[in-house]
Design a binder for this molecule. Structure first.
Ligand SMILES: [Zn+2]
Length: 250
């Protein structure tokens, strides 16, 4: 199977991702819009783009007619974004990217069913995408809905039950850690989603073990527009509050 954009990249499985906060994100230097071929390069590009967005200096790369035509015959996205469906969390906007850059899968509360996992596996194995990001955010309505349903014992109507059921394990983990703040619960849910994705997708886990892919959990602040890393695989340096950090895989 061909690996677009990653010739000769054979890092060891024990390699760690350089996790950085928005505050120490790499500067927008070098060849900013070249397609990243490694998890580290992909992560750096996302942080650089988010920094441009936060500071009000977006470049809107890869959104012109010429690039639209250039990618019509094939796609080589450098990151999979498994994000919450929240209307304020549009990946291409908050990471300042364009057509063909991001392979985006969105569900309420970034819950992961078989179709989501299959989509992630497609991007990683067929398209050769080197980074998977679970993208959550503060004040997440799906997490709040799950919390309310769990507290009252009243399940929501219709298929919203599936979303709530998928979030409840994260609520249990937060409770076990004595966490009650909703935004800290969100961070735990993001880290739990990273863990669950790797636990349920043997294909993704194998790609990570082989060093061809990394998985990162990011939490987005609706007001500031910043992303913060709360989990990373592989990583031993997670810049998260204690509860989320303890939930991250090492
Ligand atoms: Zn949400």
């Amino acid at each position: 199977m061909s690996r677009p954009g990653s010739p000769g990249t054979q890092p060891g499985p024990e390699r760690t991702l350089p996790v950085s906060t928005a505050g120490d994100a790499p500067a927008d230097v070098g060849t900013p819009f070249a397609a990243p071929a490694s998890p580290e390069q992909a992560l750096a590009e996302l942080h650089a783009g988010n920094r441009r967005f936060v500071t009000g200096a977006p470049r809107h790369p890869n959104q012109d007619a010429g690039h639209r035509a250039a990618v019509a015959d094939g796609q080589h996205p450098f990151a999979v974004i498994v994000g919450c469906s929240d209307s304020r969390l549009a990946a291409e906007i908050i990471f300042d990217r364009g057509l063909g850059d991001l392979f985006v899968v969105r569900t309420a509360g970034h819950t992961i069913g078989p179709e989501v996992l299959g989509s992630v596996e497609y991007a990683v194995t067929v398209l050769g995408t080197p980074l998977v990001v679970v993208l959550g955010h503060d004040s997440c309505g799906a997490v709040q809905a799950a919390r309310a349903a769990d507290a009252t014992g009243t399940p929501p109507v219709g298929h919203l039950c599936a979303v709530v059921d998928a979030v409840v394990p994260s609520l249990r983990r937060a409770a076990a850690e004595g966490v009650d703040d909703i935004d800290r619960i969100v961070d735990i849910h993001i880290a739990h989603t990273v863990e669950a994705m790797l636990g349920r997708s043997a294909v993704l886990a194998a790609e990570v073990a082989a060093g061809r892919c990394g998985v990162v959990g990011m939490s987005y602040r609706l007001t500031a527009g910043e992303v913060r890393t709360v989990a990373a695989v592989p990583s031993r340096a997670v810049d998260a509050p204690e509860p989320a950090a303890s939930a991250a895989l090492a």
